[in-house]
Write a protein that binds this ligand. Structure first.
Ligand SMILES: Cc1cc2nc3c(=O)[nH]c(=O)nc-3n(C[C@H](O)[C@H](O)[C@H](O)COP(=O)(O)OP(=O)(O)OC[C@H]3O[C@@H](n4cnc5c(N)ncnc54)[C@H](O)[C@@H]3O)c2cc1C
Length: 403
């Protein structure tokens, strides 16, 4: 198993729980220190993907979201119940949104129908321990006047969508990986190549203790932004058109007056989110200031790496936090009084030539993801945090089918 983010950890735990020993290779000193930690933690119900008229992305996110908790319960046991969700999201529609409120409402209704049909077929499904009857309702913007500059909004929707605290998620998975007797976790192991060998595959790399190699019949590649490089070497040619984006986030302590405020996603376009957690902190991101890198290379530029490890010069962290919080303060007044605690970044892997302000951008469609196999070599593009447990189980099924 290559890579110990949520994708790799999901495959490893599913296999281990079904009796298969796993070697889990990771370049960093600990698991869950990259994109699976440095993200917003929203478990998407498909509402945000309103510009994918085929509904393929919404369907996928909904399936991932409704199986997220049950899969985690299987791997983490009762500890999974300790994962605290954020305050529910309101979707606020910007005046210059790519889609007008009526079009958004039609999408939300279509997602509701998908949800109703899924729940009818599988009543046992739950969304982070809840079973909301309605996913989204349009509400009077005045209901948020206490917290938001509502006069600048075209509409407001109250949703059932939630985020998880990714630091808490990381702690739970690190613990499960450490404790599972069938998982041999090897941090500090950077994978350089996977090539055919007598046994099946030779995985070779380097680390603090020097070069190493492991022969293994089956391999599952969960390396996220480094996945395509290894796939190509292993004979699985990546599909064309990918893009890597470097996006920053700010975790900050909220001023007292905002602690009971709503989580908010501004739609639809290059805007941002505020995710209010029950410990008085919040996630902030504002796309125009937080997006700082764009690359169509096979792997993202090396200079992104420090921010993706969470290592930023303090002046950059302070100026970024100031920019993001000030921009959000324009519509979530008081946000700039928050005290920045963490500033870090993650690479986002997707497909597209143009940015999200283009209605025709491939970035509005996140359905070109999942597990690809070439014999005993499997590669997992999870797309989003939301769908990782689902695809993790699928990758494990493919391994089991070939044992
Ligand atoms: C700012 C931001 C916000 C986001 N918000 C959301 C959201 O709200 N909801 C959502 O569903 N998704 C969100 N995402 C997307 C989500 O974070 C990713 O889809 C997901 O975390 C990818 O998980 P992963 O396990 O594939 O990658 P990672 O967590 O990055 O795991 C890959 C692992 O492989 C290791 N690795 C890489 N290369 C090598 C190598 N050569 N050798 C050994 N180890 C290696 C890495 O160190 C890492 O530990 C967001 C992403 C970002 C950046």
């Amino acid at each position: 198993m290559l890579g110990a983010g949520l994708a790799g950890a999901s495959v490893a735990l599913e296999l281990a729980c079904r009796g298969v020993p796993v070697v889990l290779l990771e370049r960093d000193p600990q698991a869950f220190s990259r994109a699976s930690l440095h993200n917003e933690g929203k478990i998407h119900l498909g509402l945000i993907y309103a510009n994918d008229a085929s509904l393929a992305t919404a369907k996928l996110q909904l399936s991932g979201a409704l199986q997220f908790s049950s899969l985690l319960r299987g791997w983490l046991g009762p500890a999974a119940a300790s994962l605290r969700p954020s305050r529910p999201f309101h979707y606020v529609v910007a005046e210059d949104s790519l889609l007008q409120p009526a079009r958004l409402e039609a999408h939300y209704d279509a997602v509701q129908q998908l949800y109703d049909a899924l729940r009818h077929r599988q009543p046992e499904l739950d969304y982070l321990g809840t079973r909301p009857a309605r996913l989204c309702v349009r509400v009077d913007p005045d209901s948020l006047r206490r917290y938001l500059a509502v006069d600048r909004l075209a509409a407001v929707f109250e949703t059932a969508e939630l985020a998880v605290d990714t630091a808490q998620l990381a702690a739970l998975f690190r613990n499960a990986i450490r404790q599972h007797p069938r998982i041999d976790f090897r941090p500090g192991h950077r994978v350089e190549s996977v090539t055919p060998s007598g046994v099946g595959h030779r995985i070779a790399g380097d680390g603090a203790a020097g070069p190493w190699h492991i022969d293994s019949r089956q391999v599952v590649n969960c390396l996220w932004e480094d996945r395509r490089r290894i796939d190509r070497g292993a004979g699985l040619e990546p599909g064309a058109g990918w893009v890597h984006r470097l996006k920053y986030r700010v975790i900050a302590r909220l001023p007292e007056a905002l602690r009971e405020g709503p989580s908010v996603t501004m739609v639809l376009g290059p805007y941002g989110d505020v995710v209010v957690r029950d410990d008085g902190t919040a996630y902030f991101s504002w796309y125009p200031c937080a997006l700082r890198g764009w690359s169509h290379e096979l792997v993202p530029p090396a200079h992104w790496d420090a921010a993706c490890r969470g290592e930023l010069p303090s002046e950059l962290a302070a100026s970024l936090a100031h920019e993001v919080l000030t921009a959000i303060d324009a519509w979530y007044p008081g946000a700039r009084l928050s005290e920045a605690l963490i500033v870090d970044a993650g690479a986002i892997v997707g497909y597209g030539k143009t940015d999200v302000d283009d209605p025709a951008s491939g970035l509005h469609d996140r359905s070109r993801v999942g597990v690809e196999s070439n014999g005993d070599y499997h590669s997992l593009d999870p797309g989003k945090l939301t769908t990782e447990p689902l695809f993790g189980r699928e990758a494990a099924e493919r391994v089991l089918a070939r044992l």
